[in-house]
Design a protein. Structure first.
Length: 386
């Protein structure tokens, strides 16, 4: 059996998008996934897609199959509890069909996997556990648990998110910093339907994001100090909804119901060092950031797009070389660094209760609502990552 040209570990949305981008360039590849086939289709977690991500999915022919499963974000309403400041961003002001979109992880995974299965360029193997990775100058060899074969490729791409595969690669180092925050995620039903409006509400308990997810529901992401979020998650549903209304206010009326809560700690993970040949890390495997600005997933999609474009530019014999690897990371370093800075700045400014800072935030939100250049920057950042 001929070895595949490229090997991708991780068939989450970032790995799937990257595979389809390569297949469109007539490249052959092998996609490896630890979970069972179709295992992610029932995953209801919400993903916020930027306008730029939509364009990539359209280019791959995926968007049409997703359209009736996606909720548009036409406006973003940002405010602060007990404050006069607020800002509104509207797609209509920037000639965009929407500022962003919300889709479930499962729906996106299903649409992408169906496209992968239809491609003659992509082989996909499920229930493949990686046991070891050997990286040499001109190739990488990947070994599987309970598999009687190894896989050799000139380029190995790690796109398996928070899994520990990156720990198997010699010379690959990450830096992990805790935000000392947790996230609580669920879906909520409100008196007033979403009407394609997303809300970001800054409170003493931490930022609250409501993203339209269907005609009657919002996806809720509430982040804050570990102790506060843990206490919230233990509340009976009725008490939790009352607390949410107390902090969020009346813009969507009363909170009527919620799904079960999912909570998880928030960490910033960045790539500090990497092998100079043979291996590239993309998506959450390369960087994990605070969800306050909704930039993590879309940054991963831009990783996939940039890497596929670079492969298309290089001679096949040079893909995976030291020059290739260095050029990829140089391309991505600037944007990733700026996105992390942008995200951390929001966390520091809007999750801090120092005396006097509340007034500063109120004035800042009022200025934002009236200063077009700053609003242009924010819309461009959220839509395209630039």
């Amino acid at each position: 059996m001929k070895n595949p040209e490229y090997v991708i570990v991780g068939a989450g949305p970032v790995g799937l998008v990257f595979s389809l981008l390569l297949a469109k360039q007539n490249q052959h590849l092998h996609l490896l996934e630890s979970r069972k086939k179709n295992d992610s289709y029932s995953d209801k977690r919400a993903l916020a897609l930027s306008y730029g991500t939509k364009l990539i999915l359209e280019n791959l022919g995926i968007w049409e199959s997703l359209e009736n499963k996606v909720s548009e974000i036409k406006d973003i309403h940002t405010s602060q509890k007990n404050s006069f400041g607020r800002a509104i961003l509207s797609a209509s002001q920037y000639n965009l069909s929407a500022l962003g979109y919300v889709v479930s992880y499962g729906a996106l995974s299903k649409a992408l996997e169906e496209a992968v299965h239809q491609s003659s360029k992509i082989k996909i193997t499920y229930e493949f556990e990686v046991s070891a990775i050997k990286n040499e100058k001109d190739r990488s060899t990947l070994y599987g648990v309970n598999k009687d074969f190894s896989i050799v490729a000139p380029l190995l791409v790690l796109a398996d998110g928070g899994k520990n595969t990156t720990g198997l690669v010699e010379g690959l180092k990450k830096k992990e910093t805790s935000y000392n925050h947790m996230a609580l995620v669920t879906k909520v039903t409100t008196e007033i339907p979403p009407n394609r409006i997303a809300y970001e509400r800054f409170t003493s308990m931490g930022p609250i994001a409501l993203l339209p997810n269907g005609p009657k529901e919002f996806s809720l992401v509430w982040t804050g100090k570990n102790k506060n979020i843990q206490e919230l998650a233990k509340k009976p549903k009725k008490i939790f909804l009352e607390r949410l209304h107390e902090h969020f206010g009346d813009r969507v009326g009363k909170f009527l119901d919620s799904d079960e809560f999912i909570t998880f700690p928030l960490k910033k993970i960045t790539l500090e060092d990497f092998p100079k040949t043979g291996v590239v890390v993309i998506g959450n495997s390369a960087q994990t950031m605070h969800p306050v600005a909704g930039q993590g997933f879309n940054t991963g999609i831009r990783d996939a797009y940039a890497l596929s474009a670079l492969i298309n530019e290089f001679e096949p014999a040079r893909v995976g070389s030291d020059r290739f690897i260095s050029q990829y990371y140089a391309l991505r370093k600037s944007e990733t660094k700026k996105t992390l800075f942008f995200t951390d700045s929001l966390v520091n400014i809007f999750s801090n209760d120092l005396i006097g800072l509340s007034l500063t935030r109120s004035i800042s939100l009022s200025l934002l609502d009236n200063l077009k250049p700053i609003k242009n920057f924010l819309v461009n950042k959220m839509s395209f990552g630039k």
